[in-house]
Unconditional design. Structure first.
Length: 61
């Protein structure tokens, strides 16, 4: 069912390799942050998400 919904999403991350998936998600977050940089209230939330992803990749969930 997830594959059937792919056209509804802006991004798709394949979770076969944790480090690759992390890199893909980080790239998406950074791209969205750059696009939404005009909206200053989003910056702290995006930075927190990046920090949390870094912690997960370094230490596990």
């Amino acid at each position: 069912k997830e594959l059937e919904a792919v056209p509804e999403f802006e991004y798709v991350v394949v979770n076969d390799d944790l480090e690759q998936a992390y890199g893909d998600i980080e790239a998406i977050v950074r791209a969205e942050w750059a696009r939404a940089e005009r909206t200053k209230e989003l910056a702290p939330h995006v930075q927190r998400m990046i920090t949390e992803l870094d912690e997960i990749i370094r230490h596990g969930p």
